[in-house]
Write a protein that binds this ligand. Structure first.
Ligand code: AMP
Length: 410
């Protein structure tokens, strides 16, 4: 279905055309009409599905349709809560593009920068507020703003906000919003926590799933290279050269691994940068901007940066390590294969990570293609994989299977 079939205002239509969108993505097809009619929505949609437009466009249209109920122009009408500052900035940019021809002021508020600087933004107009829960609670507690005039609420990446321990902050904040506000809850996964939150916050809501829960985009090809942990740097450099990966996002589990990988890439004169929690906000923003503008070829990120980075047309996401939680794999690779483009999720998997891989395969509902690279063979690998398979068949871990691994090992 094309956007032109919806009776969006000319300002919104013009912005959509300016973004180069014609056809709606599945989440947009399902969410926009009910959300525009004011219905609460619970949507299971990953990053990369076009979810930002799915919630932002109907809100913008309603903001045009209904004039402001309150005279307090420095308090928000729409509130979007999101887990990280990177996401808050990204949403502000994306929604800014959708609202380009509208008179609405968009403000982003997040931790890691001086609160006084952000508090000052509330001395003039605020129509749409995009915030991380912790920082917004501080701003509200210190009376820099209030949420009584909020008519539209979006919880973006709700599952991640719960994982990050924001559940109480979110609930406290929403208690301060108008009683008859509309609430749109978007989450990559529908965990028990998300369902519980949705029952507390949503009224007579519509539930939408664009893909089956916890699945990944069909356009992503998953590949695993079995490898010894200590040889990952060598293999990564080799693959980078061989396949000429043009722009690649690499996830490591620890900052130490990120630093070692960066050092080796620098040695090989590969333009690369790091985006992790120890870096200043400015350094992270620069790294992301350089990556987006293709000044750097490799961006190394830890879990902090894992969610929702909107890097368009990304073909390769590499898991230098598998994430501890299988759900995080889905989140990480959400940056590849977006909006119908082909993408590759390449994982370097050590012996110790076989169990994580097994959990990931169960979550995404498919067996991942393995490439055993000559010169990088891993000892006792087959025995371990067989052991995991046996455990799955028998449904338990048993001592005898430990014996099999020893016997089977060369
Ligand atoms: P999101 O899931 O909102 O982060 O969007 C993922 C990417 O898809 C962004 O780069 C959007 O600009 C792009 N996008 C969103 N909706 C559409 C659409 N209908 N047609 C083409 N690209 C889109």
């Amino acid at each position: 279905m094309n956007f032109s079939s919806l009776d969006f205002s000319p300002e919104i239509q013009k912005a959509i055309t300016g973004c180069g969108y014609e056809k709606m993505t599945p989440i947009q097809e399902q969410a926009i009409v009910p959300a525009r009619r004011g219905r609460d929505v619970l949507a299971c949609a990953q990053t990369g599905t076009g979810k930002t437009a799915a919630f932002a466009l109907p809100i913008l249209q309603q903001m045009i349709d209904k004039s402001r109920k309150s005279e307090e122009v420095n308090t928000p009408r729409a509130l979007i809560l999101t887990p990280t500052r990177e996401l808050a900035e990204q949403l502000a940019n994306t929604i800014g593009a959708y609202a380009k021809h509208l008179p609405f002021t968009i403000v982003a508020a997040y931790g890691g920068v001086k609160i006084s600087k952000q508090a000052a933004k509330f001395s003039s107009d605020v129509d749409i507020l995009i915030a991380t829960p912790g920082r917004l609670l501080e701003l509200v507690t210190q009376c820099h703003t209030h949420l009584a005039n909020v008519e539209f609420v979006v919880l973006d990446e709700a599952d991640r906000m719960l994982d990050m321990g924001f559940v109480n902050d979110v609930q406290t904040l929403l208690k301060g919003t108008a009683k008859n506000r509309q609430c749109l809850l978007f989450s990559a996964t529908l965990s028990a926590g998300v369902n519980e939150l949705s029952h507390k916050l949503l009224k007579n809501h519509l539930e939408i799933r664009v893909t089956k829960a916890n699945s990944t985009a069909d356009t992503i090809e998953h590949i695993v290279y079995p490898i010894e942990e200590k040889r990952k740097i060598a293999l990564f450099n080799e693959l980078l050269e061989e396949y000429n990966w043009y722009q690649v996002l690499v996830f490591t589990s620890t900052k130490g691994q990120a630093d070692s990988l960066l050092a080796s890439l620098k040695e090989n004169k590969i333009p690369a940068a790091i985006c992790h929690g120890d870096k200043t906000q400015g350094a992270r923003r620069r790294a992301l901007a350089d990556f987006k503008s293709a000044k750097i070829q490799v961006l190394i990120a830890t879990e902090v940066a894992a969610r929702g980075l909107d890097i368009q047309g990304l073909e390769y996401v590499v898991n230098y390590n598998l994430p501890f939680l299988a759900e995080d794999y889905v989140h990480r690779i959400g940056r590849a294969g977006r909006a119908g483009n082909k993408g590759y999720a390449i994982s370097l998997v050590s012996r110790e990570e076989e169990r994580n891989l097994d959990a990931i395969q169960r979550l995404i509902g498919q067996k991942v293609k393995r490439i055993n690279r000559a010169g990088y063979e891993v000892q006792q690998r087959r025995a371990l994989v067989e052991k995991i398979e046996t455990e799955k068949r028998t449904g338990r871990k048993n001592r005898s299977s430990q014996t099999i691994i020893k016997k089977g090992a060369k």
